[in-house]
Write a protein that binds this ligand. Structure first.
Ligand SMILES: CSC[C@H]1O[C@H](OP(=O)(O)O)[C@H](O)[C@@H]1O
Length: 353
């Protein structure tokens, strides 16, 4: 099974996604700062995977204290560690939920709580967040497979919302995996996803490894495919979803949504409930990360623009809810009107099964 990470003996092993698909290099990280930097430099990326990596970073962070210590002795470092991880990447809300879960856990400790008890509780929380995300992806796949309506269909996807972006199996790719297992995929069109090329380097890598039929396309080919009536469905991941259904995802998603809307191709977002940010009324409130200009000026070790070319490099965009046909969550498929469907879900009334 393809995995972005594994946690063993207080060490987080990360598959270096910057090197894929050419080489599979694993980094063994045993301290919080190195994991924070791995998130910032996109060794590990993808909203749920970022949350899981941060959780394991905190589980590792508390290991360094002596058995005789108590939570009170660790508390100042705990606050610094939460702040450090929170600074890594601003858009994916799963990171914030993971940090909030640890802050809630910390409230259950007293100053004199033995550090051994704190260590075990933090490690258990990290492991349970990871296991929950893996189970969630499989549930998303199960619910999303029904979107094929029993037919063999062509699907387009953008960026990588696969096993490498989660605890495993994936969200958008979880739906594609489930559809493929049921014999409902004729071809997956994979947007290369400039500038970081998560589609070309990561999604194509995942589909190739599992024998799922795909064609890699440039981002600018998607509209032409739809004009030829060759795309049946679009399915993408998400980094943060506002209460009204506006969705932040990899840059280029909004453009794909406009193309789908124009050509009558349904676009669904596959995301765990932990990606919905109910504190935000609409998508204009979602912080959009801007990354280094060299991510646009260079492809690998080759410069493809003037060395000092002025660059605007937003890593995400926001697709307004009216462009979306629904959300595939672990609880079922949410369909328009999406603001009402999200409100119903948040009230615990579930979704279409
Ligand atoms: C399963 S969510 C994956 C989500 O994260 C990606 O962003 P990045 O590679 O910059 O972490 C992209 O937006 C994907 O849709």
């Amino acid at each position: 099974m393809i995995a972005a990470m594994r946690y063993e003996n207080h060490v987080l092993h990360l598959l270096d996604q910057r090197q894929l698909p050419v080489v599979e290099t694993w980094l063994a990280l045993n301290n919080l700062e190195s994991i924070a930097q791995a998130i910032e430099t996109m060794v590990v990326r993808g909203a749920p995977a970022i949350g899981c990596a941060a959780a394991f970073a905190l589980a590792i962070d508390v290991q360094g204290f002596a058995d005789a210590d108590s939570f009170g002795g660790y508390l100042p470092q705990f606050h610094r560690s939460i702040q450090r991880l929170g600074q890594t990447r601003p858009t994916a809300v799963n990171l914030r939920y993971a940090l909030a879960a640890f802050e809630d856990l910390a409230k259950t400790f007293e100053s004199k709580t033995p550090i051994k008890e704190v260590r075990l509780a933090m490690e258990d929380l990290a492991n349970s967040l990871f296991a929950d995300d893996l189970a969630t992806c499989h549930a998303i796949g199960r619910h999303g497979a029904a979107l094929a309506l029993g037919q063999r269909i062509s699907v387009i996807t953008h960026c990588n919302a696969g096993a490498l972006a989660t605890a495993g199996y994936g969200t958008a790719l979880g739906v594609i995996r489930a559809m493929h297992a049921a014999g409902h995929i004729s071809v997956v069109y994979v947007d290369e996803t400039r500038p970081y090329l998560q589609g070309a380097r990561l999604t194509a890598y995942e589909l190739e490894k599992e024998g799922i039929p795909y064609q890699l396309i440039t981002d600018s080919t998607a509209a032409y495919l739809m004009q030829q009536n060759r795309v049946d469905l679009a399915i993408v991941g998400a980094d943060r979803i506002a209460r009204n259904g506006d969705t932040a995802n990899k840059i280029g998603t909004y453009g794909l949504a406009i193309q789908c809307h124009y050509h009558g191709v349904p676009m669904f977002v596959a995301a765990p409930w932990s990606t919905f940010d109910l504190d935000l009324e609409h998508g204009t409130q979602i912080p959009i990360e801007e990354r280094h200009p060299d991510e646009v000026r260079w492809i690998g070790k080759e410069r493809v623009a003037p060395a000092s070319a002025p660059v605007y490099n937003p890593s995400f965009d926001v697709t307004p809810a009216p462009f979306l046909s629904g959300f595939v969550t672990e609880h079922g498929v949410l369909r328009p009107p999406l603001k009402a469907a999200i409100a119903t879900m948040s009230n615990g009334k579930g979704a279409e099964r």
